[in-house]
Design a binder for this molecule. Structure first.
Ligand code: SF4
Ligand code: SF4
Length: 104
């Protein structure tokens, strides 16, 4: 399991840095998030859920039925958009209202 940070989408808010229990994410000289030791990431997805801009992608391997797809999250107010991008570039978006998170 691993993540990738797309620095063009990073606004340097630092939320992922605070969220990572392994202290794996730092800021580079430009104030953008960077993960240095990717092999130490155990895929907890804490950083993914904190990033409002979708800058962090989570690799969905075959063991998760992802077949190479990636998952990213964007937030707008109470709405989280979970975006699954397939290797062919197609994107599926699942919207979840955070206020409904404990309803199920
Ligand atoms: S997935 Fe978890 S362990 Fe990996 S970088 Fe994000 S917060 Fe850290
Ligand atoms: S949470 Fe997203 S936007 Fe904020 S520093 Fe991390 S990668 Fe950048």
């Amino acid at each position: 399991m691993s993540i990738r940070i797309t620095q063009n989408n990073c606004v340097g808010c630092g939320r992922c840095i605070e969220a990572c229990p392994g202290n794996l994410i730092k800021k580079d000289a430009q104030g953008k998030a960077v993960i240095k030791h990717i092999s130490d990431c155990w895929g907890c997805t804490s950083c993914l859920k904190e990033c409002k801009t979708g800058a962090i992608s989570f690799y969905l391997g075959a063991d998760m039925g992802g077949a190479g797809s990636t998952l990213s999250v964007k937030s707008k107010g109470d709405i989280r958009e979970w975006c699954v991008t397939s290797p062919d570039g197609s994107v599926q978006v699942i919207e979840v209202n955070k206020k409904d998170a404990n309803k199920y």
